[in-house]
Design a protein around this ligand. Structure first.
Ligand code: ATP
Ligand code: MG
Ligand code: MG
Ligand code: MG
Length: 474
């Protein structure tokens, strides 16, 4: 089935509307009344007020397509097939209404029925929490999924510390061994493993416990459902695209970038493709963030915007684009998205102006950085040194936004090395300072999926959690 991204988004909302859900507009990317979150990073992040009972929704069944930003995925952009910093999360939510019995067959119907997406059932796999025998039974006996397509995983327990939590079930699409980045017999080659073959498209959380501040788990007074499906991922499957980027959501941006570049073409050189993808992702993120009221600055959200714009510009440079250019892509972003999100077209001139201003400032920083780099190189040469110090490379990074590679390549051209160990040490020291400064800002009480992704950065003891979870669901 060939569908446009707009059709897929609309079908999702229509499907759940037919099942009694009220359709909510996407909330702003900027969290309202929630100091624990920098950006809205999922559909459920906007539904907290319903799940914690502080607001009673008109309808206990809700569906939406939510604009989301995840900065923790920034390094993945352009490298994996499936990550952006900005994406849309299709979601359906039950606030104490339906539970597993309804949501599992619905998800299956939406994905596989000819009336809806019509995906090939043989390509679909699910993961479940090992003790969640209900979910297993529903997938196997009610939906009819063979046992070989159901993987039991200890990790399938959604818990971000204090707050609602429960087992979850994720749905994967098999993109075939030809799209894999690990060998067929690699231990990670299974749905839920670290591989590019089994693409996670949908996460369904069965929120039935409350994780208390004292570490105990109690049953929630009513059970909730929250789900999240990445629009770009499911569209990549529908449009038979190798990555999220070769879809109608990104290709017009990439085509326009080709025109602005120095004769570069997409899908010719792997490193260039990474640059094209980063630019396409970042311009969407900054366009929507600015349309929602964020502005570049030196801290918090503003700093994220600044970093995204600078990264995009550096990648533009890699494609031979001189000077400010990112703002010239805003119109394309607005056109692609306007059927569901008119905000970028509506504020196009303003968004362009903010981005261009920031780019112009960065171009100045960049040229002073290049001057500094030149003088560091000539000093090193006249001192007969063989390398630039890591401290200098770090200064270029920290003050002028030069990624290590840029300094390294310039040094290399001049026959010099760079002290990478010292650079890394400076980097670690800075991260440590930032970590200390962040402190307790990110309260664990929030349903912040980003926290899930940084759990191994010692936010809390994951193994302890696994032991706690094992005592549940008996
Ligand atoms: P992954 O393991 O691939 O990083 P995730 O488990 O972190 O994904 P969830 O937190 O479960 O993702 O979010 C729900 C859905 O949102 C995912 O199943 C996926 O379809 C989509 N999604 C998550 N992160 C991204 C991203 N950075 N870019 C695009 N889509 C995303
Ligand atoms: Mg995942
Ligand atoms: Mg997931
Ligand atoms: Mg993730």
């Amino acid at each position: 089935k060939k569908l446009t991204s707009s059709q897929v988004r609309q079908m999702f909302l229509d499907f759940f509307k037919e099942h009694g859900h009220m359709v909510l507009k996407s909330a702003s990317l900027i969290p309202q009344d929630d100091p624990t979150l920098l950006w809205i990073n999922s559909g459920v992040a906007t539904m907290k007020k319903y799940f914690d009972g502080s607001v009673v929704p008109k309808n206990h069944r809700i569906t939406s397509s939510q604009k989301s930003i995840r900065t923790n995925d920034i390094e993945n952009v352009g490298k994996t097939a499936r990550h952006q910093t900005f994406f849309e999360m299709l979601g359906n939510f039950s606030v104490g209404d339906y539970f597993k019995e309804e949501v599992i067959p619905w998800a299956w119907e939406f994905l596989t029925s000819d009336k809806w997406l019509g995906l090939d059932p043989d390509k679909l796999y699910v993961t479940v929490y090992p003790k969640d025998t209900d979910a297993y039974r529903l997938w196997h006996e009610v939906v009819g999924l063979p046992e070989s397509h159901i993987v039991q995983l200890e990790d399938n327990f959604w818990d971000i510390g204090e707050g609602p939590c429960g087992p979850d079930s994720e749905i994967f699409y098999d993109r075939g061994q030809e799209n894999n980045d690990v060998a067929e017999d690699d231990p990670e080659n299974f749905p839920g493993g670290e591989n590019a073959r089994y693409l996670e498209i949908w996460n369904i959380v069965f929120s039935q416990y409350n994780h208390l501040a004292n570490g105990k788990y109690v049953d929630q007074p009513h059970k909730n459902i929250d789900t999240g499906m990445g629009l770009e991922r499911v569209v990549s499957v529908i449009q038979d695209a190798p990555t999220n980027f070769e879809t109608d959501l990104f290709m017009p941006i990439i085509k326009q970038t080709e025109k602005l570049s120095d004769g570069k073409q997409y899908n010719k050189v792997a490193e260039d493709d990474v640059a094209f993808k980063i630019i396409a992702d970042h311009v969407r993120a900054v366009s929507f963030a600015i349309a929602d009221g964020a502005l570049p600055s030196n801290s918090g959200r503003g700093y994220v915007l600044r970093r995204l714009i600078r990264r995009a510009d550096l990648n533009g440079k890699r494609l031979g684009i001189k000077g400010a250019f990112l703002y010239k892509l805003v119109g394309v972003v607005g056109e692609i998205m306007k059927s569901h999100y008119p905000e970028v077209v509506d504020q196009q001139a303003f968004v362009e102006k903010v981005i261009k201003n920031e780019e112009d400032r960065f171009q100045e920083t960049l040229s002073s950085g290049l001057n500094l780099l030149d003088s560091l190189i000539s000093d090193a040469k006249s001192a007969k040194a063989t390398k630039l110090s890591g401290k200098d490379a770090f200064k270029l990074f920290d003050t002028y936004g030069f990624p290590y590679e840029l300094t390294f390549e310039a040094a290399q051209d001049a026959g010099l090395a760079v002290d990478k160990e010292e650079f890394d040490a400076e980097m670690r020291a800075q991260k440590e300072r930032a970590r200390k400064a962040r402190g307790n800002l990110q309260s664990m009480g929030s349903q912040d999926i980003t926290l899930m992704n940084i759990k191994d950065e010692s936010v809390f003891e994951y193994h302890q959690l696994q032991e706690d979870h094992a005592k549940l669901l008996d």
